[in-house]
Design a protein around this ligand. Structure first.
Ligand SMILES: *Cc1c(COP(=O)(O)O)cnc(C)c1O
Length: 472
């Protein structure tokens, strides 16, 4: 958002193809040759791929293997035209999705729930992404509390660092999201502060494994106890970490329990389209018990169009995505996920080391695959300005200002990336020192948020960007 066009010829970052290719405001009268279209798209794709292939882009693209992507595309193509909602016509969908759910549940220690009291039976659904997984869990807790406890003004308590998908779901479903600040110095939520926000309307609490800003795992053991004590739901957002933390743990790094091993955890989200290395457009939401999942299903029996039912908020979905997700999991296997996690941790530790070697920078918490840092002396947005000129893309954090770099597989494929990061970062720090006192380019927007007026201004800007994006 804060990218300002630079260089002599100002290029519009949202519309770089304007003028280069035909702009279609309406369906062309005569169709174009497929080969011609493929040629045009391949040019666009090649240019856009160059950025993440450099290994300098935080997160964004998760798998670096062209062979893996070609394989997924092939598995997608067999079922691209299939509608997952038509389980009866396409029993392949029942196979793919039930097995995706079962494999994910097993990875997240769903079996542990069987021995807990009362015994659980972890189940779930495949969704279109992390936001939908989270939205479904929010709806489930709202509906469960309404049906079983008569709660009509539901609230969910979560750390301030939880993903905005929760706020979005709260807005959509009429659930009040109550946020709790995270504490310095370790940037984790204080369970006592969470407890203080729980009242008679609280239907669930949320924790992340790990959270998006800092990649950190909330104090989930304490939150689990809290949820049990108050007899409320506990959703662990593993959208980001769900498919990598199990393997980081297996690789021998210290990772606290974050899944169904914790008896208070009643639901989890884990994104197959992030560290599951599947194609974009799938995620898994898991519940401790089928009774909870029932609150997610939508049924509408008396419709002239027939008896209607859908398990998630989506209607039709492409079966290709479920086929590709299943294929990703089965082809990589435990050994593939473990090897990927080892590689990612190798690079993440180099990056952490580089940051720690600079006195002015402070690594936030105890990171694993995602490393974030701040400074009490320098403007980290100056560092970001400089790093951008070297091709690096961090994610800018605010409140307080910080930067994060999420390591995915592309970073592990570039030899000497850690060294390059270290050198560039040192230069970035010098740049920040030289420019102290001047406003950083990157902070143009981030300086605004945090106050009522500022938030309003940012909202106007963002909505304007969307409007512009959808204009031709
Ligand atoms: C990505 C992410 C989400 C949302 O997932 P989408 O797939 O983008 O909808 C939720 N929580 C965390 C921690 C995430 O990183």
């Amino acid at each position: 958002m804060s990218d300002k066009p630079t260089g002599e010829k100002p290029k519009d970052p949202f519309k770089p193809y304007k003028g280069r290719f035909e702009t279609y405001g309406r369906i062309p009268e005569k169709g174009r040759q497929p080969d011609d279209i493929i040629e045009e798209l391949s040019v666009m794709a090649k240019e856009e791929d160059a950025a993440w292939k450099s290994g300098k882009i935080s997160g964004t693209y998760y798998h670096a293997g062209e062979a893996h992507r070609a394989f997924l595309n092939k598995t997608f193509s067999f079922f691209s035209h299939i509608n997952t909602i038509q389980f009866d016509l396409c029993p392949s969908m029942a196979r793919f999705e039930s097995e995706i759910i079962s494999m994910t549940a097993a990875m997240l220690h769903g079996d542990a729930a069987k021995d807990q009291h009362p015994p659980g039976e972890v189940c779930g659904t495949v969704t279109s992404g992390g936001s939908e997984s989270i939205a479904m869990a929010v709806k489930v807790y709202r509906d469960q509390a309404r049906a079983e406890k008569g709660i009509m003004a539901p609230e969910i308590v979560m750390p301030k660092t939880a993903h905005p998908a929760f706020n979005k779901a709260g807005e959509y479903f009429g659930v009040k999201m109550v946020t709790v600040p995270v504490d310095l110095p370790d940037f984790r939520v204080d369970p006592k502060a969470v407890a203080a926000k729980i009242n008679a309307n609280t239907v669930a609490v949320v924790g992340s494994a790990g959270n998006y800003p800092y990649g950190l795992i909330d104090p989930l053991e304490e939150l689990s106890e809290l949820a049990l004590h108050h007899d409320i739901g506990f959703h662990v957002d593993g959208c980001l970490g769900g498919f990598i933390l199990p393997w980081i743990e297996k690789a021998g790094y210290p990772v606290p329990p974050f899944d169904f091993r914790l008896p208070g955890v009643t639901s989890m989200s884990a994104d197959t389209h992030k560290f599951g290395y599947a194609l974009k457009g799938t995620s898994v939401v898991l519940y401790r018990h089928p009774d909870l999942r029932r609150y997610q299903y939508f049924t509408f029996p008396d419709w002239p169009g027939g008896i209607y039912a859908s398990p998630t908020s989506a209607g039709s979905r492409s079966g290709g995505l479920s086929a590709a997700t299943w294929s990703s999991m089965v082809s990589l296997g435990e050994s593939g996920y473990l090897a990927a996690a080892r590689e990612i941790m190798r690079v993440a530790r180099e990056i952490r080391g580089a940051i720690e070697s600079i006195e002015e920078l402070i690594v936030i918490g105890e990171p694993t695959f995602l490393v974030s840092f701040r400074s009490e002396i320098l403007d980290v947005f100056h560092i970001n300005d400089f790093m951008k000129t070297k091709g690096w893309r961090f994610n800018c954090l605010q409140l307080p200002p910080a930067l994060h770099f999420c390591v995915t597989l592309p970073q592990t494929r570039v030899t000497g990336l850690g060294e390059q990061f270290k050198d560039d970062l040192a230069e970035g720090v010098s740049y920040a020192k030289q420019n102290a006192g001047t406003p950083a380019q990157s902070s143009a927007l981030y300086g605004l948020a945090g106050t009522v007026d500022g938030n309003q201004q940012v909202t106007e800007l963002l909505c304007g960007v969307f409007d512009y994006m959808y204009s031709i």
